[in-house]
Design a protein around this ligand. Structure first.
Ligand code: GLN
Length: 485
């Protein structure tokens, strides 16, 4: 598998410098990735759609800008895959759902516009759990993505295609969305870096809404520095997203390799859970030892509300989803059913929705509608919002004692297809990631090591979380851990 191949991955910083200096052709890079995709994506299925012609044309345009002596931008020649719930004018945006199978967006998401302006090249749209609901990419209406490290296993989800595309070296970096862990968990299972910024840091304009108070776009990459480069290009206020933050966002990539003096790493007792797979527990302890070795202070902390994260998230996210997905009625958006004689508008709505949505999406809509319905609102939705406040306060208290929180990203490594067949066992995969979104803080997963299973190496991720807007601390700390590998 290419993910195990010995060829070194070069920093994007170097690659961009060569493309901008005319020493490396963007077109040659695109052709190289397209050849790898043609050879291997039949097996991996990272992509819903490969935009070969558009990528070649864009690469030629970048090379022409360089030849004419103009500046193609800081990400010149960087080849990026995009999760198929982020809209682009090019191709379709399906959310891996029958509901949007033929949907073409009339506009580009803000992140797409910003990356294009920076000189990036888009190579295609990646597979996901339908509407980003899931942790394995098995909920895609177009078939699952396979983990490049072991194709009998899932890549994680919901951004499984974006994680697998980076791991299989189909692109330099990719974009995902993270509502409860969908960037960090697949990054962990595929052995790459996955970074969810603070809520509001990156514009959600053009991201198909799932849980609007939780959703955030972020990058997958081969290294923390590469992720920082992509992040620097997409971060910042956007008038088109009313929740977009107006906070300073100085570029982080140029400083990301500078170590932090006196880093305090908090390790919650609750993250050293007996429920963690032995390899996950082992790698967490190794990472703690590595942090001590590079001079960090390890602080034992408590996050007792870790436990209520899943129940809180699986009320708030479905509640918001049930509202957001009401727009797919077969009239304005989405698949339209054919009516039999005598059927009316009600039938059109219900038939279209029944045909367009898969089982997990239906379950979320039913759950969300239930917890918002009169009589149950106070018992479920209102309580979940109260729990959300407590979880946020608990993180605030923890961050008075430490600069970053260290733990596992996922309690288990990549599992076999069908390995989590009941919804609850799938939901429990998100135990370490959902509270980050509930609190609105940034989190990153980097590779911490490997488990050995059935003769295959399975990557294990470690997660760092930091206070809201402390991305620079988070990424610099992550780069310190990365150097310990
Ligand atoms: N696995 C979680 C869910 O199914 C998170 C998904 C996400 O972050 N988009 O809702």
């Amino acid at each position: 598998m290419s993910a195990n191949a010995p060829t070194a991955i070069r920093p994007l910083r170097e690659i961009c410098a060569e493309v901008r200096g005319g020493k490396l052709s963007a077109r040659a890079r695109v052709d190289g990735f397209l050849a790898t995709i043609a050879a291997k994506d039949g097996e991996i299925h990272a992509f819903n759609e490969v935009h070969a012609d558009a990528a070649r044309a864009r690469a030629d345009a970048i090379d022409a800008i360089v030849s004419s002596g103009r500046d193609p931008g800081p990400l010149a020649g960087v080849v990026i895959a995009v999760k198929d719930n982020i809209v682009m004018r090019e191709g379709r945006t399906t959310c891996s759902s029958r509901m949007l199978e033929d949907y073409r967006s009339p506009f580009d998401a803000t992140v797409i516009e910003r990356l294009a302006a920076a000189g990036a090249i888009f190579i295609g749209k990646t597979n996901l759990d339908e509407f980003a609901m899931g942790s394995s990419t098995e909920n895609s209406a177009f078939g699952p993505t396979r983990n490049p490290w072991d194709t009998s296993r899932v890549p994680g989800g919901s951004s499984g295609g974006s994680a697998a595309a980076v791991a299989a070296r189909f692109c330099d970096a990719s974009l995902g969305s993270d509502t409860g862990g969908s960037i960090r968990q697949p990054a962990a299972l595929c052995g790459c870096v996955g970074f969810k910024p603070t809520y509001g840091r990156v514009s959600r304009y053009g991201l198909v809404a799932f849980g609007s108070s939780l959703d955030q776009i972020g990058p997958f990459a081969h290294s923390v520095e590469d992720a920082a480069l992509v992040y620097d290009a997409i971060v910042g206020r956007d008038e088109l997203d009313s929740t977009s933050a107006d906070a300073p966002c100085d570029p982080i990539a140029p400083r990301v390799r500078e170590p932090l003096a006196k880093l305090r790493v908090g390790v919650p007792r609750e993250y050293r859970s007996e429920a963690n797979a032995p390899a996950v527990a082992e790698i967490l302890e190794k990472s703690i030892a590595a942090a001590r070795a590079f001079g960090a202070e390890i602080v034992d902390i408590d996050l007792p509300l870790t436990d209520i994260g899943i129940s809180t998230y699986y009320v708030i996210a479905p509640a918001e989803a049930s509202s957001n997905l009401a727009r797919y009625d077969g009239i304005r958006y989405g698949h339209r059913a054919t009516l039999a004689p005598g059927e009316d508008l009600e039938d059109l709505y219900s038939k279209s929705r029944a045909e367009g949505f898969g089982p997990e999406v239906e379950r979320r809509i039913m759950l969300g509608t239930y917890v918002l319905s009169s009589g149950y609102y106070d018992a479920y939705y209102k309580r979940a919002l109260q729990a959300r406040r407590l979880i946020k306060d608990e993180f605030d208290r923890a961050f008075t004692k430490c600069d970053v929180v260290l733990g596992p990203t996922s309690p288990v490594p990549a599992f076999p297809f069908g390995g989590k067949s009941d919804p609850l066992s799938m939901y429990l995969c998100d135990v370490y990631t959902v509270n980050t979104n509930i609190a609105g803080i940034p989190g990153i997963s980097i590779n911490g090591g490997f488990a050995e299973e059935g003769g295959k190496r399975l990557p294990i991720g470690i997660q760092l979380q930091a206070p809201a807007f402390a991305e620079e601390t988070l990424l610099r700390a992550a780069a310190m851990f990365e150097r310990c590998d």
